[in-house]
Design a protein around this ligand. Sequence first.
Ligand code: NDP
Length: 313
Amino acid sequence: MEKKSHYRVIILGSGPAGLTAAIYAARANLEPLVVEGSQPGGQLTITTDVENYPGFPKGILGPELMEEFKKQAERFGTKSVFGDVKSVKLKQRPFQVVVGKESYTCDALIIASGASAKLLGLESERKLMGYGVSACATCDGFFFKDKEVIVIGGGDTAMEEALFLTKYATKVTIVHRRNELRASKIMQDRAKKNPKISFIWDSVVDEIYGEPKEGGVKGARLKNVKTGATQDFQCDGVFMAIGHEPNTKLFAGQLEMDETGYLITHQGTATNVPGVFACGDVQDHIYRQAVTAAGTGCMAAIDAERFLESQEA
Ligand code: NDP
């Protein structure tokens, strides 16, 4: 069978935005191709319980929810390829999308490449990533059974990661750069009530100690941002939970972005290039919820369908 290389619609990303776009595009008979990216299912696959996705009053596991999205997209004829996009060319249509060694073209492109966890940027953090430094408690928490860990950040992610880690660790310390949390009240309360969780306020990590080997992390140097005082803090793991950055490097110089790299959309999901649409966290730094990502994914598919129709008219 000859391999298809041209698609009416290609969707980059397989989180709630990308797969919702796929469901809508597939039901419009556009036979979309989804490029899944290096984390198929997106950020929800590295969370545990999703309690706020409407329609699941008892909650649902993130990976399970994404599996359901995928089945629904496939039911209507969506095709998927695994892998990261190497390059895109958006100067002329059909647009070109290179995935590994394969090159595809499309008449309309929907970008749903999401966002990734931010890191502190320390050399020791880079060196110890995977050896006790992590940005995903649900992926790595299991390795910290009966150990002591710190979680950096003051948002919902930090609270969620800390709470999850209490299933394994004996002690979880949240290190936050201010003396007030950004997290929602309900998450704050849960963390504050948990006897295994304590807080160190007004502090940042400016060095992580250890060697890049199994069980490598030995501790971290904490700096009080108000007094400048430092302390060495013993721990076996350091979890980063300081927010996210959009996955938009591929589009630099081709699509309009704001100063933090989020794609700018106009009138729904249109980017500055006609025929290229963006949805989900790659263009939303405010809401960043699965349900809002899914909502904009639906919008992007409808926008792409209307664009294609206007080209045929
Ligand atoms: P946020 O941007 O909300 O929080 C990031 C936290 O990290 C802030 O407390 C920030 O400090 C801190 N921070 C940022 N940069 C640094 C740095 N360089 N050094 C030290 N600390 C730093 O991101 P989240 O990932 O927590 O949440 C993103 C969105 O997802 C939110 O809308 C959140 O509500 C949602 N979410 C919801 C969940 C749920 O409902 N179950 C679970 C997870 C996320 P500061 O406060 O000083 O800015």
